[in-house]
Design a protein around this ligand. Sequence first.
Ligand SMILES: [Zn+2]
Length: 369
Amino acid sequence: MPLTRITNKLTVKTSESVALVLDASESALDHWPEIATAATNLIDILPAGVIQGLWFLGNPKKYPAADFHTKSSEWFAENKNRISLIAPVMETLTAPDQTKIVVLGNGPIFDLADWWLSYAENFILINFGTPLAERLARRELSAVAVSDLTQQVSDPVTRIEIYSGALAPIWWDNPAYEVGYDGTQFSLRAEQAASFEVTITWLGPTTQSIDAIVTRASGKKQTLRLDPVENFSQPAPEEWTPLTEAEVDLFNNVIQHQSFFCPVCGTKHNWDVIRCLDSPSILGQIIYPTVQNLKPSAFVIFKKDSENVSVRACRNTVLELSPDTIAVYTPQTLRILKFNEQTQKWIDTNTAFPQYAQLDRDMYAIVVR
Ligand SMILES: [Zn+2]
């Protein structure tokens, strides 16, 4: 069975969607100024786009939350003394199971029990003296600071882990994700990233579906399935950068395994030296200034083209060496894995990464650490 290449995409909202529900019923009238202030603060503090709409108990009409500042009195008048029922709101929400339903109010919501069984996790109830869920044994917040509330309401994603079994990630478009391999399965993980969205191409024996484990600030975990991407074509990689004439001479020598006079320190080095340690930098300096300027994270590809040689840094930390061999770079290790037909798994070859690994007739790879 040849190895299969599949691509999929993880779409995740960094914050949950929020439905803001206000209580203008008789029992809440005395507290309306506090309810309105808390609502205004929430609208101001939550990232744009998180609040999908504003509702009043007992009314299916959706109001644009951003206009609350100027329209609160008008909307209050429209909804004053409505009965405290959540059903009209629940019935208009597009995906209540994926929405935080934040109710700011005072006194019991009469039909809350009807929705509790299915959506208990989705409700955040905030009362201003008298509980909203009188007969439901359930934590309910009262008089909370808006800053505390924001965390609970938007509950941003803090970490994503994707475990892919025998599918090796060979290309992904979000550098926040780091590859891992524990000897049996691959993973990609990202923490505290600005965006967690990622498109990944995998190489492996199956086309199994892949799940991501999403952890939010509250500690809540959720499993999300990655969506397959059909007929995916990778965006063009970085441009090739030509080496200087001196660097080309150096490269042509070392791929013949000839020692060379180092352009950094001037002394003679063995052919496989890539970083000269006799330099002002603690980490040493890459012997090709052009490569040093690329600021590579792991792999650099050299392309020979008649007299010229060009280079480019790989975006990812996994490199295909041959149709069934990959190099996987992590800050701890650099492994060469080969796909085993019998076990249908990637096996650690326990070999070192060959300096100037030949990928193709005119293509070579080095690893820069
Ligand atoms: Zn040197």
